[in-house]
Design a protein. Structure first.
Ligand SMILES: Nc1ncnc2c1ncn2[C@@H]1O[C@H](COP(=O)(O)OP(=O)(O)OP(=O)(O)O)[C@@H](O)[C@H]1O
Ligand SMILES: [Mg+2]
Lengths: 511, 405
């Protein structure tokens, strides 16, 4: 067999948790190998071991048949192994070029010489059609571009074995297509690729083989052409998963929330990020906002929740104006927010799980008496949510959230927000990074909220999610709402046209 | 019934206090203390060797073994007397360490503790000299005002950061200078200076920290400062770990954006945190100065060396104590202990500054050793886990075997 990498009987233990338990993973030269499994199954851990970030507690790694020790990422680089992490590792205040060459800077007389590196990056950029501005600062570019930077970083180091940890979780559908294309190109060049993903359609589209993990154990490796999405799903979760969403007709009642003529002007860019947006959310409905990333959705949500100031416009909650209310007042009125960026806004990563689950409610009488935290109640509450939402981690409610798997971090946020029982739930990419079982669960939860007479504002880059869940769809393009559509009467294609600005609709303002 | 519950709770917390896991965090500091002392002893050895070999000439030959003994004996050199001295010196160090450590915990670097100490001391002096009150009220008032004034001093730094986005380190350094000259201005402008010695006037006895007549407290110089410091440690421990205030302050320190998302008032929290930190430093300053025979010397150099240096020591104490209140207590005591040792070193013809060399090395190492310790610890945990894994595998196997039979 022509394996380029073999990871044999790998075990990795964190505290008492077996994140990897006797897993064998073999990568053939020139193949695209998908690695799938539930949240916390140990995928990132396994690949971090290959990349030298963790040392296995048992088992061995072979490179072209020879046993090797990979002590750190530099060793991995030497073996031409590159990795794009689930959460990017870029320096915000450096330029693209500086980030790419980080750790292998060329110097002359002690000064950095960027010219050669820059040219090399431009070459790679052309060769693989990975368009980014080498002189832009990371903080100014979109997530999709940041990912291209990470990919260029691997290529710049001449990597032959490319590991992608959930690369598509943060991408727009268009970017996903491009990435799939890029991956196929890599394969043509003879590079070997590992891709971790929760989206089984992607596995079917690009992968040759697929290895499934469950709760730290290897379940098996299959040829993708021999299996269907359903069998893969069953292997992953251990039961049948329904991809259909069971949705009763909406029972829409009074208005809960209304935005009137919201505008956000960005002085630096000298343009409107959000322009004259008005809409309402009623009790018992899910309003979906579709749009390509960067068309003002983030800013709109931040204005509604109070994280950002608006230039003009008004907000109403149950017909009372809340434009000037503080974030806490809005939370107390009953607005829930599943934020887009779970590390920046969603969690205090150095707090443990229990502490994160009371982030907005620590001061309520339930958790506090005369300024003293009620530890017992707090941990009890945490344990409830952990079992209700199946949040998996090494040390239960006392796990430091930084050590939790990406999907379980997301579940923690969702558990917290839903349990606060808000009247209006603003859910931004709520299922980003979740496994299919968890997505099914969260989607059902969101529909349950709706059926309980709550209003839901759903912002997602995934059209599937928008189409399946929403009772009404708004499309945003360049900061404006360009269409209001009925999900039963519209199609992928039509929404796509609105999203790209090729079509503009008439919006019925029913305020 | 209630009492029984309470007693059980207290017993539980005492038991918790002695759980080994609680002390794992202290290991890096202990390692660096070890390194520092070894380094100090080596230095003393080299000095001794050079002297013996006649590389430098001296009439007072250093005595190596005696010196090491004296150094390590620290505060035990002269029995109760030197223990009392150590506790006396430790009190302001502990408080300054608490101040810096608390700010650290909430994501702020309060390098302004030296200035806040000056303000605390200045206020205590002013109340001591300008207000007449009978004994307990007088010193209590002086202490309280010192704390409050320094709290405001810290608050200014916090406000500059929260409202105007001025980095706290920059603001702190400026405020440190401002504090010295403010002190000179107020002291000279209000006739609180002894023109002959150019130092502040002696505080009346009513404005000095009292010292008891029992046990250690009857010794020379000793006062209730150490008790105040220990109380402050307990209060700060409770605030940080048990209260909503501490929860908020830590949340803002760890992740400002997420705290904002969660509805916390991040600006207010930064200001509160700096004010509390300032109050602790102010307490250190007041305790430092409310002692018979202690004065502000009215030159910048003297202020730096005698008063503000306590604030800089606070940074060391906080580092060594891992920014934990309990850590500050032990680190402050340790620093005072080793300085006592240094103080007696001249008996062995070594300079007292040896103690400072050792402290400096310890601080360098404690910055490094967290990393060193992480490596060591990982190894150990891995080995243990591996053993467990093997055992459980073996069990699984024997169970499987059992089924087959
Ligand atoms: N550094 C760490 N310390 C302690 N536990 C950890 C650490 N890293 C991972 N874990 C635990 O190991 C388990 C596996 O985590 P891992 O990140 O590999 O999952 P994953 O399969 O990538 O999941 P996801 O799809 O959610 O990203 C999780 O339960 C996680 O909490
Ligand atoms: Mg992962």
């Amino acid at each position: 067999m022509d394996y380029i990498i073999e990871m044999l009987n790998i075990s990795k233990i964190f505290g008492t948790l077996r994140a990897n338990d006797d897993i064998t993973f073999q990568l053939k030269k020139g193949e695209v190998h998908a690695l799938v499994g539930e949240n916390g199954a140990g995928k990132s851990t396994l690949m971090s071991i290959l990349f030298g970030l963790y040392q296995p507690d048992a088992g061995e790694i072979r490179y072209k048949g020879e046993v090797v020790k990979i002590h750190n990422p530099n060793d991995a680089n030497r073996l031409k192994i590159g990795m794009v992490h689930q959460h990017f590792k870029l320096v915000d205040v450096f330029t693209v070029t500086e980030n790419i060459i980080l750790g292998m800077e060329e110097t002359k007389n002690g000064f950095l010489t960027l010219e050669n590196s820059r040219n090399r990056i431009l070459e790679l950029r052309e060769q693989y059609k990975l368009f980014v501005d080498p002189d832009a600062y990371i903080k100014d570019i979109t997530v999709g571009m940041q990912q291209r930077v990470e990919i260029l970083k691997m290529l710049y180091r001449d990597a032959d074995i490319l590991i992608f940890d959930e690369p598509t979780a943060v991408l727009t559908p268009q970017e996903i297509d491009e990435l799939m294309h890029t991956i196929k190109n890599f394969k043509k060049e003879g590079k070997s690729i590992v891709i971790i993903t929760h989206k089984l359609a992607e596995v079917m589209a690009v992968a040759d083989r697929c290895t499934v993990l469950r709760k730290g154990k290897g379940i098996g490796t299959v040829e993708v052409k021999d299996v269907t999405v359903d069998t893969l799903a069953e292997m992953m979760v251990g039961r049948k998963v329904s991809f259909e969403i069971d949705k009763k007709p909406a029972n829409i009642k009074d208005e809960i929330f209304r935005a009137e003529n919201i505008s956000v002007f960005n002085n630096e860019k000298n343009k409107h990020e959000v322009h004259d947006v008005s809409f309402q959310v009623k009790s018992g409905e899910i309003v979906g906002i579709a749009g390509i990333e960067g068309n003002g959705q983030t800013e709109l949500v931040n204005v509604i929740t109070g994280l950002k100031n608006m230039t003009s416009g008004k907000l109403f909650f149950h017909q009372k104006e809340i434009t000037k209310n503080s974030i806490r007042q809005k939370l107390e009125l009953g607005i829930g927010h599943i934020p887009e960026d779970r590390h920046k806004h969603g969690l205090v990563l150095d707090f443990n799980l229990a502490e994160n689950l009371i982030l907005q409610s620590y001061y309520l009488p339930k958790f506090q008496k005369r300024g003293f935290l009620k530890k017992n109640e707090i941990y009890q509450y945490a344990n409830q949510l952990i079992s209700r939402f199946d949040i998996r981690s090494g040390a239960g409610s006392a796990s430091i959230t930084r050590s939790m798997s990406g999907g379980n971090q997301q579940k923690a946020i969702i558990a917290r927000e839903i349990s606060r029982n808000p009247e209006l739930m603003i859910a931004v990419q709520p299922t980003r990074g979740l496994d299919i079982g968890a997505i099914e669960y969260i989607h059902n939860k969101i529909i349950e909220e709706r059926d309980n007479g709550k209003g839901v504002l759903l912002i997602s880059l995934e059209l599937d999610e928008i189409l399946n869940l929403s009772d009404r769809i708004l499309v945003m393009f360049e900061g404006e709402i360009v269409a209001e559509l009925d999900p039963k009467k519209t199609s992928f294609q039509e929404i796509g046209l609105y999203m790209s600005g090729s079509k503009k609709g008439v919006i019925a303002h029913e305020v | 019934m209630k009492f029984k519950n309470f007693a059980a709770k207290v017993w539980q917390s005492i038991k918790n206090l002695f759980k080994p896991s609680r002390y794992q965090a202290a290991v890096p500091s202990l390692i660096s203390i070890g390194f520092g002392i070894v380094f100090g002893i080596l230095t003393m050895f080299v000095i001794w060797l050079l002297a013996v070999l006649g590389v430098f000439k001296t009439n007072n030959m250093p005595e190596f073994f005696y010196g090491v003994g004296v150094l390590l004996a620290g505060a035990f050199n002269e029995g109760m007397d030197s223990i009392a001295d150590m506790l006396f010196a430790a009190a302001p160090l502990i408080l300054a360490g608490l101040s810096v450590g608390f700010a650290f915990k909430t994501g702020l670097f309060n390098i302004g503790a030296p200035g806040q100490i000056v303000i605390g001391g200045l206020t205590a002096i002013t109340i001591g000299l300008k207000v007449s009150l009978p004994a307990p009220w007088h010193w209590m008032l002086a202490l309280l005002c010192g704390v409050l004034a320094a709290g405001i001093w810290g608050l200014i730094i916090g406000a500059l950061k929260a409202l105007l986005n001025v980095h706290e380190v920059v603001a702190s350094i400026m405020m440190n200078y401002i504090s010295i000259y403010t002190a000179f201005l107020i002291i000279k402008g209000n006739g609180m200076v002894n023109t002959q010695t150019s130092q502040t006037l002696q505080l009346p006895a009513s404005a000095l920290l009292p010292h008891g007549e029992v046990a250690l407290f009857a010794y020379y110089d000793m006062n209730i400062g150490i008790i105040i410091a220990i109380l402050a440690v307990i209060v700060m421990y409770i605030i940080l770990h048990k209260t909503t205030l501490g929860y908020q302050l830590k949340a803002v320190g760890f992740n400002k954006e997420a705290s904002k998302y969660a509805g916390m008032n991040t600006k207010r929290n930064i200001m509160v945190s700096m004010a509390i930190s300032g109050m602790l430093a102010g307490l250190a300053g007041a305790i430092l100065i409310m002692v018979s025979g202690k004065y502000f010397q009215l030159t910048k150099e003297a202020m730096m060396a005698e008063i503000m240096s306590v604030g800089f020591d606070g940074i060391s104490v906080a580092l060594l104590g891992l920014s934990q209140p309990i850590g500050a207590l032990f680190a402050g005591l340790f620093l005072a202990y080793i300085r006592q040792g240094g103080y007696y070193l001249n008996l062995a013809n070594y300079m007292a500054e040896m103690a400072d060399v050792i402290t400096a090395v310890i601080i360098y190492f404690s910055a490094l050793s967290t990393a060193l310790y992480a490596i060591v610890k990982n190894r150990k945990i891995k080995l243990e886990a591996l053993k467990k894994l093997r055992i459980s595998r073996r069990k699984e196997k024997t169970q499987d075997g059992g089924e087959n039979v």
